[in-house]
Design a protein around this ligand. Structure first.
Ligand code: ADP
Ligand code: MG
Length: 157
């Protein structure tokens, strides 16, 4: 399952997404380019994950991440989208986003309403916050990956 790919380290540019209004829902998601997405293991399960994220040389924050097809919006493309649990003053398109995925929450689901989708995401965020405070996940916040020069990506624990 998902666990054997974790922790998963990844770095890449933040690109424009599909303009489906994540920000309007209060849950902006920073999208990786197709190129970066293609670098993911093809057998990594789609679903909702959590971990740590940092924009440029900024601070490391908690994040939730979705991998795969978005059933609610019936996407035609695979996507990797990171919602950083932090309020930024400005958008950061074009910047380098570094992430480490440390845990898996759930598979993708279909939702009957926008409200149901939003409350599921709020629950995911609360679950991520709790899990990331556990020593096993917290230790990755301090990983050298977040302080290494750009380009050096090591996907081994
Ligand atoms: P898009 O469809 O272009 O991905 P979104 O509505 O998902 O648009 O918004 C994503 C953008 O919002 C990111 O690329 C980033 O520049 C900005 N942003 C601001 N705050 C956050 C945050 N906390 N987490 C992720 N992205 C954020
Ligand atoms: Mg997005």
């Amino acid at each position: 399952g998902a666990m054997r790919h974790l922790p998963y380290f990844c770095r890449g540019e933040v690109v424009k997404g599909f303009g489906r209004g994540s920000k309007e829902l209060g849950i902006p998601t920073a999208n990786f380019s197709e190129q970066v997405v293609e670098g993911f293991p093809s057998d990594i399960p789609t679903g909702i994950y959590y971990g740590w994220a940092c924009v440029g040389n900024g601070d490391v924050h908690k994040m939730v991440l979705s991998i795969g097809w978005n059933p609610f919006y019936k996407n035609i493309k695979k996507s990797v989208e990171t919602h950083i649990i932090h309020t930024f003053k400005e958008d950061f398109y074009g910047e380098i986003l570094s992430i480490v995925i440390t845990g898996y929450i759930r598979p993708e689901k279909n939702f009957d309403s926008l409200d149901a989708l939003i409350s599921a995401i709020q629950e995911d965020i609360e679950e991520a916050k709790r899990q990331l405070d556990l020593p096993e996940h917290l230790k990755l916040k301090e990983d050298n990956f977040f302080h290494l020069p750009e380009g050096k990506i090591v996907n081994n624990p």
